[in-house]
Design a binder for this molecule. Structure first.
Ligand code: CS2
Length: 489
């Protein structure tokens, strides 16, 4: 096991930083440090609470160490490396708190260290790469594909070509091109197959990333593109565990309970789900021992998770903040917001006909999870990257309803919430949005940003206009964020 139960605080011991030395002194058993067999990109709180935790709790033989790379921050990599990769996963449910010390993260690097990433991916001992780089991190366009006209991707491809000619490692900016550079190293060394496991909230995330990798590879080297098609398996996943960004308070609470200062602690719920579809040509940890499910047809499960859980999260983030509410638990106990969530789910359910989805139970469980008073899941955190999230979580269901001639009012409310937010200045870092807000008809122009067709449909525009007016009339200034949020991605 690379997961250890954390001892309660020994009153005799002073507070100390969490690292391999302090932990080895405190624990009766030796701290396992398995060999690296997994590479991860996007070392955020969600990775630690989900994939890293799954691997830790099933790794009976101490075989599955992880070398992780941050998506952005150098500071996060330095902080976790200073703890020798050790971190605590705290599960909070009614009256019960479980603290697991996870020891299978054996290396933490800054994602910009492309040379190091490539060495790790090329290592034949490495069997798979997991990704949590956020939906926006893939840089997919509206059609779900990458475009070489995307200036950031194009910049990376130019740097790749220049660097290959000079035989140096390029300074790559995007996660996908960094991954591809690593895959190319593997192809050139042993050429062994490998599995790529995207763990972000997107439908068909395996094939989508696979297509993007091949498209990008074609731009630099046809042999690489062919090798990726033949030797790299792209696994689709549905990942689920509600994980708020870590706060200073979480760090202090753990310190009070254990005496250890863990800057990388992550507080999450007891519930977790991992559904996977695809092959692992070089093997994988027995994640099913911790409840992971392997299925042939993942699509119904993707839709259930994205449309019900994530769709409702986005609805809460888009609407309840206008009522001055700041966490999911607060929002779901507000009667009007709760009714909006129920209406939203009622509208989604007809598009999820598969009996094995057991939607009544799923909805009941979701309400209980959202109500969890032990998690301060901030709506502001969920609101990040909303345009992309609305396109993935809400617009596909609107599309289904539209196709049947139904007016999707309950779903349009999410879009209206985003539009009202843009009007009050919550989206002030996006030039397109700022321009739309300045026009004579911001509602219509903002709706077009989300979906051009809806923005040109008179009935939808009329409904959205009324909803936006209603939201703005109840709008209460969102109180400034008290918690210090820390996202290590
Ligand atoms: C949330 C998700 O921030 C968000 O967009 O909807 O992170 C959600 O908490 C997870 O998908 C739960 O598994």
């Amino acid at each position: 096991m690379t997961a250890l139960r954390f001892p309660d605080r020994d009153e005799k011991c002073p507070t100390q930083p969490l690292n391999a030395t302090t932990v080895a002194e405190a624990l009766p058993e030796t701290v396992p440090r398995p060999p690296v067999r997994i590479v991860h990109i996007g070392l955020g709180a969600f990775h630690r609470a989900h994939q890293l935790w799954y691997t830790a709790v099933v790794d009976g033989e101490n075989e599955w160490g992880v070398a992780a790379f941050t998506g952005r921050g150098a500071a996060a990599a330095r902080m976790i490396a200073a703890q020798n990769g050790l971190c605590t996963v705290v599960q909070r449910a009614a009256g019960v708190e479980t603290r697991t010390l996870v020891t299978n993260l054996v290396e933490a690097h800054h994602g910009s260290d492309v040379a190091r990433l490539a060495t790790s991916i090329a290592d034949p001992a490495v069997r798979l790469v997991t990704l949590t780089i956020t939906e926006a991190g893939y840089r997919f366009g509206e059609n779900g594909r990458i475009s070489t006209r995307d200036p950031v991707l194009a910049g990376d491809l130019t740097r790749w070509k220049r660097a290959s000619a000079d035989e140096v490692v390029p300074e790559l900016q995007t996660a996908l091109v960094r991954l591809l550079w690593g895959l190319n190293e593997r192809r050139r060394s042993t050429g062994r197959p490998i599995a790529i496991v995207p763990c972000d909230n997107m439908p068909e995330n395996g094939p989508m990333v696979g297509r993007a990798a091949v498209d990008l590879a074609r731009e630099v080297d046809n042999d690489l593109a062919d090798w990726v098609r033949e030797s790299v398996s792209f696994v689709s996943t549905v990942v689920d565990r509600i994980t708020p960004a870590t706060t200073e308070r979480d760090i202090r609470d753990l310190q009070t309970a254990t005496g250890f200062v863990d800057q990388a602690v992550v507080v999450t719920e007891a519930f977790s789900e991992w559904i996977l579809s695809g092959t692992f040509p070089e093997g994988r940890p027995p994640w099913e021992l911790a409840g992971a499910r392997f299925v042939d047809d993942i699509a119904p499960f993707e839709r259930r998770k994205l449309w019900l859980l994530n769709g409702a999260h986005t609805l809460l983030a888009m609407t309840a903040r206008h009522r001055g509410l700041s966490t999911v638990a607060e929002a779901i106990t507000d009667p009007e917001t709760r009714r909006a969530v129920e209406d939203y789910w009622d509208a989604v359910v007809p598009w999820l006909p598969e009996p094995e989805l057991d939607l009544e139970k799923y909805r009941r469980d979701l309400l209980a999870r959202f109500e969890n008073p032990h998690l301060a899941h901030r709506l502001e955190q969920i609101a990040l990257g909303s345009v992309m999230k609305l396109r993935i979580r809400t617009l596909p269901v609107i599309e289904c309803q539209w196709g049947m001639g139904v007016v999707p009012e309950a779903l349009l409310l999410s879009l209206s919430g985003w539009i009202a937010g843009a009007i009050v200045g919550w989206e002030d870092n996006d030039d397109n949005v700022l321009r739309a807000v300045q026009t004579s008809d911001p509602v219509c122009e903002l709706l077009k940003i989300l979906d051009d067709r809806l923005g040109r449909d008179d009935l939808s525009v009329a409904i959205v206009r009324a909803q936006v007016a209603q939201l703005l009339s109840t709008h209460t200034r969102f109180p400034s964020d008290q918690g210090v949020s820390r996202d290590y991605r």
